[in-house]
Design a protein around this ligand. Structure first.
Ligand code: FAD
Length: 310
């Protein structure tokens, strides 16, 4: 048997999955297919993003509630403070608490024009994610995840300043650090060393983005400061019209990335699913994360009578 499969259930890798709120009925259907496909993998939580400037407030809330009520997975709601007063943000958080949602991913968010376009806090708002975390913790004892940047946030004046900012979020009460996606394992490992050298012991969870569409990822990466290594570009060269091969390459790249991280002692991963289950399901399987055997037996179609043992 493959050595990465652990016999001991406690030694199993922990995973979490991120989704975005759907805009249309068709998207809702696809999202829900992804949620129900991935839920049996037993994730620690499933999180739902918050559109720029709170534009998806209702849709995020509805998706989070649906995960809460229709699955046995813990939901996590992303919440940003851009373009909103403290009172507005606090009201959203209180609604979540009242609805039974206990996990928030607390983020500053970006101006509508995009990252790096000069964030201006709302005059009565939280100025950054650290302030937001403190405000949320004052409302209730939420489990709070925050963002971390292995390749440094594009607006940070220096890597040291970015690390100081991370420490402020931890000091404000963050329970988990989820990283922006990255492709070079070495970048993450260097960052992990810097975080640990800074005395930060809060769990640091790598964010993994399977590359289903290289061009889209390349465009997005330029804005958010994630570097696209040349080897990755080469791997997807000439595959624009070949989605089947792209999928296989994407699953292989992300599996290799996760296995390399696992070899370095990482035992928890956060996947940016883009509301599609197939790639993430395959990668999880490569890591030995698959539905409980019991669950699989229950779900397996009955064998035809002729094949059953007498
Ligand atoms: P902060 O931690 O506040 O930091 C932002 C920048 O400002 C950093 O460069 C920091 O160093 C600097 N900074 C902050 N405070 C100070 C200070 N006092 N002095 C000097 N510099 C300071 N965006 C969404 O809109 N919706 C989402 O659902 C969403 N989900 C995300 C999930 C993850 C896991 C990640 C990694 C990102 C997500 N984002 C989301 C993107 C995020 O909103 C952007 O990256 C945003 O630009 C920064 O948010 P932050 O919470 O990291 O901000």
């Amino acid at each position: 048997p493959c050595s990465r499969w652990k016999k001991d259930d406690d030694a199993r890798l922990k995973v979490s999955f991120e989704f975005f709120p759907p805009r249309t009925e068709a998207m809702e259907k696809r999202l829900w297919e992804a949620v129900t496909t991935l839920a049996p993998l037993g994730p620690r939580f499933m999180s739902v993003t918050y559109g720029a400037g709170g534009s998806t407030r209702e849709r995020t809330h509805n998706t989070v509630r649906r995960i809460l009520h229709e699955t046995n997975v813990t939901p996590a709601a992303h919440l940003t403070c851009v373009g909103a007063s403290r009172d507005e943000v606090d009201a959203v958080a209180r609604d979540y608490w009242a609805a039974g949602v206990r996990h928030l991913v607390a983020l500053r968010g970006d101006p509508p024009e995009g990252v790096g376009q000069g964030f201006q806090p709302h005059p009565e708002g939280y100025a950054n994610a650290a302030e937001l975390v403190a405000g949320l913790k004052a409302i209730a004892d939420f489990d709070i995840s925050v963002a971390a940047y292995p390749e440094v946030h594009p607006e940070a004046v220096s890597p040291e300043a970015d690390l100081d900012n991370l420490r402020r979020k931890v000091d404000a009460g963050a329970n988990r650090l989820i990283t922006q996606y990255f492709f070079d394992v070495a970048d993450f490992l260097r960052f992990r060393d810097r975080v640990s050298d800074a005395g930060i012991t809060t769990p640091l969870v790598p964010g993994i983005l399977p590359v289903s569409n290289f061009d889209t990822v390349a465009r997005f990466s330029a804005a958010c400061g994630a570097r696209i290594p040349l080897w990755l570009e080469r791997l997807f060269e000439g595959l624009d019209d070949d989605p089947a091969t792209r999928q296989l390459v994407a699953a292989t790249v992300a599996s290799e990335q996760c296995l390399a991280l696992q070899g370095e002692g990482i035992d928890e991963f956060h996947f940016y699913t883009l509301n599609r289950a197939e790639l993430v399901k395959a990668i999880c399987r490569m890591l030995g994360v698959c539905p409980d055997r019991q669950e699989r037996v229950r779900q397996a179609p009955a064998r035809p009578a002729a094949l059953q043992e007498s």
